[in-house]
Ligand binder design. Structure first.
Ligand code: HEM
Length: 512
């Protein structure tokens, strides 16, 4: 194309127009009192380059730290195409997450919005989100699931670990996905290992690659390929949901739900009429809920192995002082107690007397004692240091004042969990992996505003307890089956948290 003089003039006018728009927005913001201080950086790109550069270092929190020292705990910036208010203050984060009066709605980057689509629990709001969240959370915490899934996790972990002894080099990050994806697909749709599982895994891997990418939907682009994979996934999941619905109607069955598909199909409307949630809606949620099986869970478990490999003391304590002598039955009792205890704590948090009441009950005190198990401490410290979900993005639907800061209507706010977890005001020597810090602070510390790996408030992760249980069972079997040596590898934090080389290790069996 030949660029005529007119084209250049037009381009110039557009650029100046956009710059004036940006400038007037900046000025309008300055006039409102209480708007956090900060710098919106360059027009259009804002401070994105510095944000990404920090994400590639071993200290991703340095982006926040620099601005915190200049402007305070809550500041404004402009990253990934959005002017945004960043909160590194646990109290402000709590108010945003609680979202009283539905003033905040989720605000994800465009590629994520496109891929999750209209039927997404992460993006929906109001009563529907509360209803679906409660249904899924209730099921994941139910006694029936706990009893069943513990055995399934154990089988999957044992089978996968058994294959390691014949492998020269094990890429932990990839291997763990086999366990977590299989377990999650069972919880979601009762699919067992076989062709269907293989197909789901293959297409899901393709789908998830597009979650953070340029939002361009042309053939050949990353987003386009991921959307195509989602179409295939939807087709298969919808078939499963439809078959289940037909079977349910035929038998008029109202027994115990065996998986999340069952739970969502039984969620009739309030008048209790037989009016199912739309099948596309159920299928969309099921696909979205596979994300932890491929991303968050494997990362958490891989980083637990990484931190253990780097901390001889923690590994020694876990290997020699806890697990083998305790025996597996006792170990499982401990962790199931903790699982149940977590339930009780969430119940008390939601109740009128709060967490203090829970702490006062004597039987809870016994359970609190159990949480000093090294494996439990290790798991909590891993979640604090790993910051797999480093914060969540919300958009304010009206002007909101929190602790003297104004979050203006239409602005996004990022509740930065990583800043809180890595702040020396909250944790001594925060960059140091120290599972025993939790022994000193006590079990209740994992339920305060300074520890939020699973988010909080209305959208607190419903898979929290299941995740903790899965990590515990995996660690138990790993340290009682193998000794290992990890190759040098590093954690990268952008676009998502991962091990650069997938954490290669060589293992030696400790018993047959
Ligand atoms: C270590 C593992 C995990 C971490 C760190 C994690 C973290 C989180 C966080 C921070 C949120 C809040 C998002 C927000 O506020 O917008 C969340 C939401 C959610 N998580 Fe997890 N998660 C994990 C595992 C799981 C598992 C295993 C499941 C499923 C069984 C699960 C299902 C969900 C769902 C459905 C939501 C959306 C809740 C809603 O918006 O109502 N997560 N998770």
């Amino acid at each position: 194309m030949v660029w005529t003089k007119e084209c250049w003039v037009l381009m110039g006018i557009i650029i100046i127009g956009l710059w004036l728009l940006w400038y007037s927005k900046q000025n309008k913001m300055k006039k409102k009192s209480g708007v956090p201080k900060g710098n919106l950086g360059w027009p259009f790109i804002g401070e994105t380059l510095d944000f990404i550069a920090c994400g590639y270092t071993s200290q991703p929190v340095s982006f926040m730290d620099k601005r915190k020292s200049l402007y305070g705990n809550v500041f404004k910036t402009h990253i990934l195409g959005t002017p945004i208010i960043v909160s590194t203050d646990p109290d402000v984060n709590k108010v945003v997450l609680q979202n009283h009066g539905n003033t905040f709605v989720p605000a994800y980057p465009k590629s994520i919005r496109e891929l999750l689509g209209d039927f997404s629990i992460l993006q929906m709001n109001g009563n529907l989100q509360k209803r679906v969240h409660a249904q899924i959370g209730g099921f994941l915490r139910s006694a029936q699931l706990k009893a069943r899934i513990t055995k399934d996790i154990e089988n999957s972990v044992k089978l996968t670990l058994a294959t390691w002894k014949d492998m020269h080099l094990i890429y932990v990050q990839e291997e763990i996905k086999k366990i977590t994806f299989e377990v999650l697909v069972k919880v979601l749709m009762s699919i067992r290992p076989g062709e269907d599982l293989y197909f789901l895994k293959k297409e899901f891997e393709e789908f998830i690659k597009g979650l953070i990418c340029l939002p361009i939907k042309l053939p050949g682009t990353r987003l386009y390929k991921s959307l195509k994979a989602k179409e295939k996934l939807l087709k298969m999941v919808k078939r499963i949901v439809e078959e289940r619905k037909l079977a349910m109607e035929k038998s008029d069955e109202k027994g115990v739900a065996k998986d999340v598909v069952d739970v969502l199909l039984r969620d009739n409307n309030e008048a209790n009429e037989k009016q199912y949630l739309p099948l596309d809606f159920i299928s969309g949620i099921i696909i979205e809920m596979m994300i932890p099986g491929e991303e968050t869970m494997p990362t958490a478990m891989t980083l637990a192995v990484k931190f253990l490999s780097d901390s001889a003391v923690a590994l020694k304590q876990l290997t020699f002082q806890c697990l083998p002598f305790l025996g597996y039955r006792k170990f499982m009792e401990w962790h199931l107690y903790i699982y149940i205890y977590a339930d009780f704590i969430s119940h008390c948090e939601g109740g009128e007397h709060g967490i203090e009441e829970a702490e006062d009950r004597s039987h809870v005190k016994i359970l609190v004692g159990l949480t000093t198990c090294p494996c439990h401490l290790l798991k909590i410290e891993t979640l604090r240091m790993a910051n797999i979900i480093n914060g969540v993005w919300r958009k304010a639907l009206k002007d909101v004042h929190i602790k003297g800061h104004l979050i203006p209507e239409g602005w996004c706010v990022l509740t930065s969990f990583i800043s809180v977890h890595m702040d020396e005001q909250n944790y001594d020597n925060p960059c140091h992996f120290d599972p025993w810090r939790w022994e000193k602070t006590g079990a209740a510390a994992v339920n305060n505003n300074n520890f939020t790996p699973f988010g909080g408030g209305q959208r607190l992760c419903p898979g929290l307890e299941l995740s903790r249980l899965e990590i515990s069972i995996f660690l138990h079997h790993l340290v009682t089956s193998y000794g290992w040596v990890a190759e040098k590898d590093e954690i990268i934090h952008f676009p998502t948290v991962k091990m650069k080389k997938k954490l290669p290790i060589t293992v030696t069996p400790v018993r047959t």
